[in-house]
Design a protein around this ligand. Structure first.
Ligand SMILES: Cc1ncc(COP(=O)(O)O)c(C=O)c1O
Length: 346
């Protein structure tokens, strides 16, 4: 079976982790500080706070923007449930926005339509490693949180994603662009990142403002630092896989691959739009030993039982995520491409 995703870890990663375990200092400490320093340099932002997951990063970023009861946060419906949960945990109201079929991210027009005076933030997801242009979102006049959980290392006009919004969040889950097993980060200006640092650790504080244990450990940070050293190689391999898929699928009828494979996107997923119903295509690939997936398990509005998101519904019905990760071999890419072309022929 060719799995849909797979972590990319090496003996050198294991040695870096083992070194920290042997040191006896396991919790947040010098390794986390080093990881934050290196991420700050890489992301081109003033400050970074490492936290325990992308979900924790989202929640603490929203709290640092004073999201709370009586406020609203606009989030894309065609995204993972973590966005909805982060907003509701702050006591705020999520307002869902429809998708833009051209980018697979949120539609700036639909976000604008749904903004009210209570809107405190807009979460813009760079979907599946595809870097979005932020201009239309920044022009809305509401703080933008860039969700870069799937887009670490992507660039727009030479600038890293995550460097233009009020804050940016990252996830270091096992199969993300780089991993700490579980983990995340918030990036942005020093004052807001200081609020995130304050809130991630509840211990020995004078007051009882809401605080959490959302810390990353030194064990995890050691893995993150080792992985960060190979991020460019990971991204180069993902781009090469995307280019190979595009070449293989260019003649396949009823299948549209994503846009350019240039210097912009990092292809956390390789998402194609197919005309045929997805169920039989997925079944056929599974029978051929290939695990493909819907790139979004289910749009958020469908879990809430509400309508009014036709573009997200269309993407959910037609978008397919193919295996795409650095350890995938060229032969595996070719096998997936051939199997998909056959499945689309019916
Ligand atoms: C776009 C997006 N945001 C946030 C998250 C949450 O990250 P985590 O799983 O690290 O909590 C994910 C997780 O996959 C994600 O894809």
């Amino acid at each position: 079976m060719i799995p849909h995703s797979r972590p990319t870890v090496s003996a050198e990663d294991a040695e870096c982790v083992a070194r920290v375990v042997r040191s006896g200092h396991l919790a947040q400490g010098a390794e986390v500080e080093g990881f934050e320093r290196e991420l700050t340099a890489r992301l081109g932002v003033p400050a970074v706070a490492a936290v325990s997951s992308g979900s924790a990063a989202l929640e603490l970023a929203l709290r640092a923007l004073d999201v709370g009861p009586g406020t609203e946060v606009v989030v894309p419906t065609y995204a993972c449930d973590a966005l909805h949960h982060a907003v509701t945990r702050c006591g705020a109201t999520p307002v869902l926005a429809d998708a833009d079929p051209a980018t697979l991210g949120p539609s700036a027009q639909d976000v604008a339509r749904r903004l009210t005076r209570r809107a405190r933030a807009v979460v813009v997801v760079h979907p599946f490693g595809l870097a979005l242009d932020l201009d239309q979102f920044l022009a809305l006049g509401v703080p933008v949180v860039e969700d870069c959980a799937q887009a670490l290392g992507a660039r727009v006009a030479g600038r890293p994603v995550g460097s233009r919004g009020a804050l940016a969040v990252y996830s270091f889950y096992a199969t993300k662009l780089l991993t700490t097993g579980e983990g995340g980060a918030v990036a942005g200006d020093a004052a807001r990142v200081a609020r995130v640092r304050d809130a991630r650790d509840y211990d020995e504080r004078e007051d009882l403002a809401p605080r959490f244990n959302f810390k990353l450990t030194d064990i995890q940070a050691a893995l993150g630092r080792s992985q960060l050293g190979r991020l460019d190689a990971f991204i180069a391999r993902r781009r090469a896989i995307a280019a190979r898929y595009r070449a293989r699928l260019s003649a396949a009828a009823g299948c549209r691959p994503p846009g350019d494979t240039g210097e912009r996107h990092v292809f956390h997923r390789f998402v194609v739009t197919v005309e045929r119903p997805l169920g039989p295509v997925l079944d056929r690939l599974t029978r051929g030993g290939i695990a493909a997936r819907r790139p979004v398990f289910r749009p958020i509005h469908r879990a809430l039982g509400v309508g009014g998101y036709p573009e997200a519904d269309r993407l959910w019905t037609h978008c397919l995520s193919l295996p795409c990760y650095p350890s995938l071999t060229d032969a595996e890419v070719d096998a997936v491409g051939t199997a998909l072309a056959e499945a689309l022929r019916g």
